[in-house]
Design a binder for this molecule. Sequence first.
Ligand SMILES: Cc1ncc(COP(=O)(O)O)c(C=O)c1O
Length: 390
Amino acid sequence: MSPVDDTLTNALAHLGRGPAVSGRSVNLPIDQASTLLFDRLAAFEAARAARYEQGTLYYGRYGTPASFALERTMAAIEGGHGCISVSAGLTAVTLALTGAAKAGAHVLVADNVYEPTRGFCDDILCRYGVEVGYFDPMIGEGLADLFRPDTAAVMFEAPGSGTFEVPDIPAIARVARERGAVSILDGTWATPVFCRPLELGVDVVVHSGSKYIGGHADAMIGFIVCNEASYAPMRKAVLAFGDRAGSLDVFLALRGLRTLEMRMKQAQSAGMAVARWLAEQPQTLAMRHPAFPDCPGHAQWRRDFSGASGLFSVLFKPCSDAQLHAFVDALDLFGVGVSWGGFESLVLPVKPKRTAKPWTAEGRLVRFGIGQESTESLVEDLAQALPKLG
Ligand SMILES: Cc1ncc(COP(=O)(O)O)c(C=O)c1O
């Protein structure tokens, strides 16, 4: 079944569910298993031989019926050949990078990736003899000039964390493929509802399912969704590390997926309403929201995405640290905290770290995640707090 032939929400109501059995529960149960039992040694030996294959029940760490159902659902809605579920979004990033690289290799990483992705590259990957080079996310085809014969992977995000530049996904994927490197894109912001990077030529898409997919700020899970060529080696590499998604998180992610499209559409309209209001305020210098024409990569967003989630940043006029704190602390409805994609609105000042191209924008960057509160209430809350910025 192809979810694009039908509406995504229709597909998500049924994907990954088992064959019809009378009286079955709507959701798959929480599948808590370590040892799986076999009636005959021959069956056990066959399972052990096929343990890296999706759907083979061998031992809980290699997957359960529920984790396989979740992986099949993610692969289907992403248009991938296969998916590997892991314990967190960051694990998806680090294992995908490790699976694609090897000692002595060179890896190209976009300058605006999620900061722990950069931390893994700088602090851990380099210890294993992998050289990391950062590139301007807006470089497009120009990435070809940074390639070396030993470049094994390209890691990027669309849009970038905190600063929301939208790269030219097809151009970067094409350059990587032509040179034999694996392209890995963090697609967490858009989810497969608003962007399907594998169809744009990317080899591997990683997601933090802890955000919109789980949707309630209570699950920690990640996904690595692969095209056909990268799937088998990536699954083997990930399983060799011994990582797995927890059973409760698998359950929560599969449940969250059922309503993902509706929640994304709501996040888009609420996010746009609040962002449009913020864009008009005297404290605002610029919007960093892919749907706004002044956001770098807006044209790429229009071309490659079918919508925008409810996470964006605003560049406010320069102010003191005390004024910034006073603004954030004056907000009642916006919680202060990392991550996003749950039901509660969030606020977080952002300090971009850049090495390929310095971040020179004057002013204060603040990220907003718009939750399910009414946009009128959120605007009212922002209106009473904004004067604290001066
Ligand atoms: C773009 C992006 N990728 C990956 C992650 C990591 O996900 P997790 O928190 O599930 O490890 C995050 C978390 O904030 C993120 O924003």
